[in-house]
Ligand binder design. Sequence first.
Ligand SMILES: NC(=O)c1ccc[n+]([C@@H]2O[C@H](COP(=O)([O-])OP(=O)(O)OC[C@H]3O[C@@H](n4cnc5c(N)ncnc54)[C@H](O)[C@@H]3O)[C@@H](O)[C@H]2O)c1
Length: 369
Amino acid sequence: MITHLTVSLPKPPATAYPIWIGADLLENCSKWMPTNVSTVVIITDHHVKKLYAKRLDHHLKKAGYNTLLLSFPAGEKSKTARTKSKIEEKMLTAGCDRHSLILAMGGGVVGDLAGFIAATYMRGISYIQLPTTFLAMIDSAVGGKTGIDTPQGKNLIGAFWQPIAVIADTQCLKTLPKQHMINGLIEAIKIFLLCDVKSLTDVQENLDLILSQDVSILNNIIHRAVTLKATIVINDEKDKGQRAILNFGHTIGHALEHLTDYKHLHGYAVALGLLVEAKIAQLLNVLAEEHYVFIKRLLNRLNIESSALKQFDVHEIIQCTQTDKKKQDGVIPYVLINALGSVYTANNRFAHPVPESIVQQAFLDTIED
Ligand SMILES: NC(=O)c1ccc[n+]([C@@H]2O[C@H](COP(=O)([O-])OP(=O)(O)OC[C@H]3O[C@@H](n4cnc5c(N)ncnc54)[C@H](O)[C@@H]3O)[C@@H](O)[C@H]2O)c1
């Protein structure tokens, strides 16, 4: 099964790009590539290079393209200015010009980094996202947020730069370890918690099938999550309003990732963040306890236990959230849900200032639950 949707961005200059989801799409990916390309630069990590990128490079060479295959060590620790400039150096040395096309092949780390290179190389060149993790297919490959981490925090340097296509070949998920499936599923659960209770209950009912990688269920989840994300991005491409809701769970999640030096997967940190941030909504009487319990039980089934928060000092977490880009007038705003599949809005705001004492209490209560 192959599904397709289009992200149409209205802001001038109006642009639109296709998202393709299905099995065995990579073999035909040149179909979606522009014809006037000087060099196709495949950017990937060492792991995905062996699994898929070498084969893609071979296909493209056979099809007559001039290609350059560049890779870096897998993992979040590579999402840095240093890796970015090393790759740029290699592209410059190889003579890549403004008509080069980047193929960002890999998980969210590759997508964010290669997308940022595309945004700045010769003041911006085209790129296609070829996500190979569940997380990247569900979330990071869509929406045009690109960037790198710095010692001060995650994604603090970056750009909005939309791909010209996203091609999610679900066949790649066959080699993805279970914990990475869970990692991606958390981002799907997040977006369903925000705006789609039906898909949320579908996940709850079909959890075993999802984890056993049933192809048609995975395709449906990716399609649904990406459609929701694309709708939000179309309304607010540059993250000035509604797009802020996608940050649900991420204020605390990013702090946990930073404090553990990116030892845990992004989705795992976000899952703990979802619990604490849902608890904040409960403490503020915005979210009913039964809904908090639903979230907790669902995450428990994915082996996410709030007791994991015991290792952290709440003051350090709060301190760490202070570098969040979403900070407004010195205050960190939190996204609150007021029911499963529904975001609390007030005064035209999608995220709300929360007293530090409530964040602290929510953290301690989440551990106790
Ligand atoms: N731009 C956005 O909107 C956005 C949204 C969410 C997350 N992110 C970012 O995404 C990143 C996390 O992405 P991730 O979880 O995909 O991590 P990742 O890119 O580090 O990939 C995880 C691991 O899976 C391996 N891998 C990739 N594809 C594989 C496959 N098909 N089979 C086997 N192994 C495979 C990789 O080599 C890596 O070791 C974070 O940096 C996060 O900030 C960005």
